[in-house]
Design a binder for this molecule. Structure first.
Ligand code: SAM
Length: 371
């Protein structure tokens, strides 16, 4: 457990609404920010609720029984989400990931997936539509998700050892049920499936090699994520981060690896494959090898704020524009201005003191902005 908690500031209520530029513009699909990064991906948080209380993400001490989650009226409706998504697609987004909180907790999520899967890029292509889940409800929902048009899923799994896993999710949820969810998703054709393991020193680092062994030779791609200083409630410390290079070293000692090229520019994971043909793994080194210069992601929070960085302290209120009766052209122009002005590169500027960069505001929580 962490030994330091900072009270959660309600960022949800503090950022101001967006103003509409006087000159409206049509989307060109070619937006680029101050560092020449194109807008290509949109992550949408569909709920701030989760059925896990992972100690590094939504610790019980803060997200306890009394925590006030957002009222339903604050959440973007499926129609509002789809309208915003359509605007982003016109701006060049080809990939949408649903996240949260736990996205499978959002009632009728299949209906949203069906609406999003009907969208087409300006050249008529379907979107790359995916979802990140803790897997708890996956076995039950996989077929309906597939039928609605979801292409693939990423499942978070931090350990195979049941005791460690339950200590980390802090709600006593068993590993076997997540593994069953992964198998079911695979059977219904939600693939390729990626498995994300956040590694925290002293908590699950001795699960690195067992996890690699378990998924080697399987159809699933295991990815190790460096524990990050998102939000302010997890009491992050640099010495709790296991650098990706150490993870590769540990696995390589038993199962020899070689580096392979990224699938595309801006891919978050560095790829390594087993020399004996046993498949590949990914390393997401957001702390030790930050990849801000290739970041093409925008994030839409549960209540409709647009964030241009996972480590942001404020967002632009698109929901206010929607509920003010603003036109698509007006909202699209705001999005264009926000992206063009974007200069965030938090991870590249990160200091060992996580608060050093945040004198003016608290970073939003991952459960609110979406992972
Ligand atoms: N509930 C879903 C899930 O469990 O995948 C989606 C939301 S969760 C916030 C998305 C991902 O963020 C998970 O893989 C989680 O492990 C990861 N995550 C949360 N806090 C993190 C942190 N401090 N550092 C690195 N990854 C983190």
């Amino acid at each position: 457990m962490t030994d330091r908690f900072i009270p959660l500031v309600d960022q949800r209520l503090t950022t101001a609404g967006s103003t509409i530029p006087s000159e409206l513009e049509a989307p060109t699909g070619l937006l680029s920010d101050t560092l020449a990064r194109p807008l290509q991906d949109l992550r949408i948080s569909v709920t701030d609720r989760c059925n896990f209380r992972c100690v590094y993400c939504m610790p019980k001490a803060i997200f306890g029984k009394d925590h006030a989650f957002m009222p339903h009226s604050a959440l973007l409706s499926f129609e509002e989400i789809t309208r915003i998504a359509r605007i982003f697609v016109a701006h060049g987004v080809g990939k949408i990931r649903l996240t949260g909180g736990e996205p499978l907790l959002r009632k009728d999520i299949e209906r949203l997936i069906a609406m999003l899967s009907a969208l087409r890029t300006p050249d008529g292509q379907p979107l790359d539509l995916t979802l990140t889940t803790n897997g708890a409800l996956l076995a039950r929902k996989a077929q309906a998700l597939k039928d609605a048009g979801l292409q693939r899923v990423t499942v978070s799994l931090d350990a195979l050892d049941d005791e460690i896993f339950q200590r980390m999710n802090d709600v006593g949820f068993p590993v076997a049920d997540v593994l069953h969810g992964i198998e079911t998703a695979h059977k219904v054709g939600l693939g390729p499936i990626k498995i994300n393991m956040v590694v925290k020193r002293g908590m699950n680092d001795h699960e690195i090699v067992p996890m690699a062994r378990h998924f080697k030779g399987s159809p699933f791609i295991l990815r190790f994520i460096e524990y990050m200083d998102v939000g302010t409630s997890n009491g992050w410390k640099m010495d709790e981060v296991i650098p990706s290079a150490d993870i590769v070293r540990q696995i390589n000692a038993e199962m020899p690896l070689e580096a392979i090229n990224p699938n595309y520019t801006g891919e978050t994971a560095e790829r390594w494959r087993y020399r004996d043909g046993g498949g590949e793994i990914g390393l997401i080194s957001s702390v030790t090898r930050a990849f801000c210069r290739d970041c093409t992601r925008a994030r839409l929070s549960t209540e409709g704020k647009l964030y241009t960085c996972l480590f942001a302290t404020g967002g632009n209120d698109l929901r206010a524009l929607l509920r003010d009766g603003r036109s698509d052209e007006e909202i699209s122009t705001v999005v264009a201005h926000v992206w063009r002005a974007r200069s965030d590169r938090y991870s590249e500027l990160r200091t060992a003191n996580t608060e050093g960069l945040n004198q003016t505001g608290r970073k939003v929580e991952m459960s609110y902005i979406g992972g």
